[in-house]
Ligand binder design. Structure first.
Ligand SMILES: Cc1cc2nc3c(=O)[nH]c(=O)nc-3n(C[C@H](O)[C@H](O)[C@H](O)COP(=O)(O)O)c2cc1C
Ligand SMILES: C=C(O[C@@H]1CC(C(=O)O)=C[C@@H](OP(=O)(O)O)[C@H]1O)C(=O)O
Length: 387
């Protein structure tokens, strides 16, 4: 399975094409729209989210609520486009473009590097595509992947474990269902009510100062069959693919699986998960410190992935930068922006991870039709139990 996204932040729409889906897969537009809505929420978002109300239009590959096996095309309209039609026009209109040209790169955004690389004198030509608006299309892809996971009994949830200096208590024993329920009820998608209160206060204070915040999100998947991914080649390791997917989310700076970086400080006996066997469960582990992976393959224990998001680069508080027209320093002017997008990014993280796991399922099991996939997964789970 693969997908491509296209579209600018203030262009007419985002377009997503997914190729390689099984046929006869129940396809719910409502479930895709639900994920898009979740991504738009979360405390700390800017005014743009009041303009947009994301939903998909299905343009190909689905008939009467099921996939046909043909490429699925989904589009998401940018409602803000009506205000940007002239600025975003594909037609030559030099005079207007010159008036609205952006020449002041923001430290931390893609502006300057993109301009140098692609030879743009108007930084908007970089900003438009580097914007995290694109994550709406990636969430739509993940929402389709989730429909594959659901069919195979795999559950997924995400939550926020840190915003700036405020960290939540680590949870290790909650079911995915409980994580989903509790994060959904929190404006910052945090499971710890005490931390939630302090996170909201911190977002408010930081906004007043004209500054921004980052944080840490966690994604958990339950009921994952063992043996997804492979140890035999670097680019088939599923933990590595998940890391790439999470790192590719705008503003993400690091990924951990299980206890992650903490593993460096502990002795082996405090890291590796002892192997047990029982009639009821077959092979399983006493602990899950390695977050569901060994050798680039799933162990059958829950997958636990964390991602670190840096603070939003567009600041009201000016940082030093240089105008590309004059090469003179300037102080940033005020622009519309999110102040903290960590809760929204936790939804993006869930969905990009969902895609990678669904893709690994389709790689392992024959899956021209959805029924074939489910049959093969069940047969394999039985084999594993009898191993
Ligand atoms: C959900 C989400 C919303 C974001 N909103 C903004 C924003 O409003 N303003 C901004 O400057 N950056 C925002 N970002 C981050 C930038 O898109 C990102 O920092 C930029 O594309 C540069 O890429 P890099 O940080 O990965 O190097 C957001 C990121 C995510 C995931
Ligand atoms: C549009 C979205 O996020 C945008 C991501 C973003 C950036 O620089 O990444 C900058 C802001 O764009 P604007 O300047 O239009 O307000 C965010 O609103 C979205 O998440 O759908």
């Amino acid at each position: 399975m693969r997908y491509l996204t296209a579209g600018e932040s203030h262009g007419p729409q985002l377009t997503l094409i997914i190729e390689g889906l099984p046929s006869q897969l129940p396809f719910s537009k409502e479930k895709v729209d639900e994920q898009l809505k979740r991504r738009q929420g979360g405390y700390g978002r800017g005014r743009r989210m009041q303009i947009e109300s994301d939903e998909v239009q299905i343009l190909s590959g689905v008939r009467f609520g099921k996939t046909t096996g043909a490429p699925v095309t989904l589009v998401i309209e940018n409602k803000d486009w009506t205000h940007w039609k002239k600025v975003m026009s594909p037609h030559p209109d030099e005079e207007k473009a010159e008036k609205r040209r952006l020449s002041r790169p923001r430290p931390g955004h893609a502006d300057l590097n993109g301009a140098l690389k692609y030879g743009h004198r108007d930084l908007r030509d970089v900003l438009e595509r580097s914007s995290a608006r694109e994550t709406a299309a990636r969430v739509a892809a993940g929402a389709v992947a989730r429909q594959i996971l659901e069919l195979c009994g795999i559950r997924i949830a995400g939550h926020v474990v840190r915003i700036g200096s405020v960290g939540a208590e680590r949870v290790t024993d909650l079911s995915v269902e409980e994580i989903a329920k509790r994060s959904e009820a929190s404006p910052v998608r945090c499971l710890d009510p005490e931390a939630e209160k302090r996170m909201i206060e911190l977002i408010d204070e930081t906004k007043k100062e004209g500054d921004t915040l980052g944080g840490v999100v966690e994604v958990v998947l339950e009921n994952v069959p063992p043996g997804l991914g492979s140890h035999v080649h670097w680019d088939r390791k599923l933990d590595a693919r998940i890391a790439q997917a999470v790192m590719s989310i705008q503003a993400f700076k690091g990924v951990e699986i299980g206890i992650g970086f903490e593993a460096a400080e502990r002795k082996g006996s405090q890291v590796h998960d002892e192997i047990l066997w029982s009639e009821e469960k077959g092979y399983h582990r006493r602990t899950n410190r390695l977050g569901g992976f060994e050798g680039g393959m799933t162990t059958g224990e829950p997958i636990v992935v964390r991602g670190v998001m840096k603070p939003i680069p567009t600041l009201y508080k000016p940082l030093k930068s240089v105008d590309i027209d004059t090469r003179e320093p300037f102080e940033a002017s005020i622009e519309r922006s999110d102040n903290c997008a960590v809760p929204a990014a936790s939804v993006v993280a869930e969905n990009v991870v969902a895609w990678e796991v669904a893709n690994a399922l389709l790689e392992k099991f024959s899956s021209d039709t959805a029924d074939e996939l489910v049959r093969e997964v069940n047969r394999y789970l039985q084999e594993v139990k009898e191993f």
